[in-house]
Design a protein. Structure first.
Length: 278
């Protein structure tokens, strides 16, 4: 009787329920990984359109590092600001569940990271898969401070479409033959629209149409007949961009880190109005 009573005791039931929840949690998180990264925001010499600029980059890379995770994983990114501007990093398209302070827009969810300062972003990706990106969210630093954020399906699950032979991130961007911060400051001072960029870029490289670009073109080698997954990111600041591949048809299988019912293959241009990820 004594034993029976103690099991029926509400405290004990909660304890057992708690144990069960803990166990369930442990099982569901068993394979989730925590990825640690250091992002050093710093000025780096970058030569485009025949001229070298002191460009703000992450870890000296333009575009910045590609982050790859699985759905369910946690990202811990320690941002160290060695540049002369305030900076924050926004994880574009990530649903910040109970981690709003990791979202990044300056003066909205956090104070900017001052020159010489640092801040650690920590968040878990829950129920999202596909292609997103990260970028600076202070002034116009995102002209050069950006990179791809690729979310693979949860470990053990797969894409709802045939496995592609190759996956290639394509970041469409804009390059100013000037300091982008000066461009926006000038516009704010004069009230005029900001100067239009001097080149469009793919993965940071202007194409053949621009001067000094002979070595600066992105080449993705493919074999005839294979299926390729392109992870297209519009990281331009001000422009609506269109994407197509001459003499090829494209099937859209996802957008904004959600999979879609695959569209029929189409050869038309894809309109990348806002920063949008396919
Ligand atoms: C830089 O950030 C600090 C707070 O982190 C803020 O007080 C200051 O006004 C910012 N400077 C600019 C130019 O936004
Ligand atoms: C979790 O990892 C273990 C060991 O690597 C593996 O055997 C198991 O299949 C994984 N579970 C899932 C759901 O991926
Ligand atoms: C904007 O464009 C004008 C006209 O080409 C040029 O004189 C000016 O220096 C540019 N501003 C910046 C910040 O590059
Ligand atoms: C390339 O350089 C030449 C000579 O400086 C210039 O006339 C031309 O406009 C440039 N082309 C582009 C696309 O910038
Ligand atoms: C292109 O790259 C090759 C090898 O790195 C180099 O020898 C050549 O000078 C470069 N050409 C230009 C136009 O920069």
């Amino acid at each position: 009787m004594e034993i029976f009573n103690s099991i029926a005791n509400p405290f004990c039931s909660f304890f057992i329920l708690g144990l069960l929840l803990l166990f369930a949690n442990a099982v569901s998180l068993a394979n989730a990984t925590t990825h640690n990264h250091d992002f050093v925001v710093q000025a780096t010499p970058v030569k485009r359109l025949c001229k070298t600029h002191s460009t703000i980059t992450v870890n000296g890379q333009y575009p910045g590092p590609t982050l790859e995770v699985n759905d369910g994983d946690t990202l811990v990114v320690n941002v160290v600001n060695k540049a002369r501007y305030n900076v924050t990093i926004h994880w574009h398209g990530i649903r910040q569940m109970r981690t709003a302070w990791a979202d990044g827009p300056e003066f909205i969810t956090q104070c900017p990271i001052r020159p010489g300062g640092s801040y650690t972003y920590r968040f878990t990706i829950q129920g999202q898969e596909g292609t997103l990106w990260w970028h600076a969210h202070s002034s116009w630093l995102r002209a050069t401070v950006y990179g791809a954020l690729i979310i693979h399906p949860k470990e053990g699950s797969s894409y709802p479409f045939a496995k592609p032979t190759r996956e290639t991130p394509l970041l469409l961007g804009e390059w100013w033959d000037a300091n982008p911060i000066d461009v926006i400051r000038e516009a704010l001072r004069t009230g005029a629209t900001p100067n239009v960029s001097d080149a469009y870029t793919i993965n940071g490289q202007p194409g053949d149409f621009y001067n000094c670009s002979s070595n600066d073109t992105v080449i993705v080698p493919v074999d005839s007949g294979e299926t390729n997954l392109l992870r297209i990111i519009n990281s331009a600041l001000n422009q609506q961009l269109f994407f197509t591949i001459a003499n090829h048809k494209l099937t859209v299988v996802g957008a904004d880190a959600s999979t879609l019912n695959p569209s029929p293959p189409q050869s038309s241009c894809w309109d990348l109005v806002r920063p949008q990820m396919f």
